[in-house]
Design a protein around this ligand. Structure first.
Ligand code: OOG
Ligand code: MG
Length: 261
């Protein structure tokens, strides 16, 4: 069997996103694709988006909670990139027709005041370098059929990144214990899932530390001003037209958006 062609695989996934079409997962044809191969495909995909004039607002972590790993049947955290075109304003809306089969998850986002460069970064170092934390809703939209994938597939697909809503209340992380922050995710006023910050690798700052250490392997660092999603605290919930989605995070505030036809 042939080796994975990073560039054409990235183009294939990019087209699926643009055409809002689900595709057969890469590992159906290339079962031997490794995690390393997958990050090379992701790099090509990021390159395509940058070439088109899109800007990265920050890297993100995914599959950082037991809830998410179990739900997606995948066993280790991954990273991807959030771009400017993915941002929906707080309280804004998105048409279901712009997406394939979107799901939403509640997250805690970090904004750094200083660069952080791995390896060997700890959660305590992350907290010291953080300017503020903010509640977020991430809309994930795997390009794969039935939202089913293996670890290399989802890495290649930029960790299912699709849209994000960032809350507008900024909190200094020294003001609260982020692992103890209670989180609810509601649709049309009904709670669909809940959790606490500790669901994210024990403490969301640990997720940022893992990210800095993973990026160090390719000589990259986290930068001051990056908006970093630390991974779903809750499981992800399917979206439908007519949904009003909101997350409440104790001490951090609320964030919401609507899904239209
Ligand atoms: C992968 C993306 C995971 C998170 O917060 O865990 C993610 C997926 O579940 O499709 O963004
Ligand atoms: Mg996420």
């Amino acid at each position: 069997m042939n080796a994975v062609n990073y560039k054409s695989t990235a183009e294939f996934l990019h087209r699926a996103e643009i055409e809002k079409r689900e595709v057969i997962r890469i590992t159906a044809d290339y079962p031997e694709m490794t995690v390393e191969d997958a990050y090379k495909v992701q790099e090509e995909l990021v390159g395509i988006k940058l070439k088109q004039g899109h800007r990265i607002i920050g890297p993100k972590m995914g599959l950082t909670s037991q809830a998410k790993m179990k739900q997606m049947n995948v066993e280790e955290p991954i990273y991807g990139y959030i771009f400017d075109y993915m941002v929906i304003p707080e309280g804004g809306s998105i048409s279901i027709q712009e997406l394939i089969h979107p799901k939403v998850e509640a997250e805690i986002a970090f904004v750094l005041g200083k660069d952080i460069e791995g390896p060997g970064i700890t959660g305590a170092q992350v907290l010291a370098a953080t300017e503020y934390v903010v509640p977020a809703l991430e809309i994930i939209d795997s390009r794969y059929e039935n939202f089913k994938f293996t670890l290399p597939d989802v890495i290649a697909d930029n960790a299912s990144s699709s849209r994000v809503v960032i809350g507008n209340r900024l909190t200094n992380p020294a003001q609260l214990e982020l692992d103890l922050v209670g989180v609810t995710l509601s649709i049309n006023g009904e709670i669909k899932d809940l959790g606490a910050g500790a669901a994210v690798v024990g403490h969301p700052a640990n997720s940022v530390a893992m990210l800095a250490n993973m990026l160090a392997r390719k000589g990259e660092k986290l930068r001051a001003g990056d908006v970093i999603l630390t991974g779903g605290v809750t499981g992800a919930v399917m979206l439908s037209a007519g949904d009003t989605v909101s997350a409440k995070l104790d001490g951090l505030g609320e964030v919401s958006f609507k899904v239209t036809e």
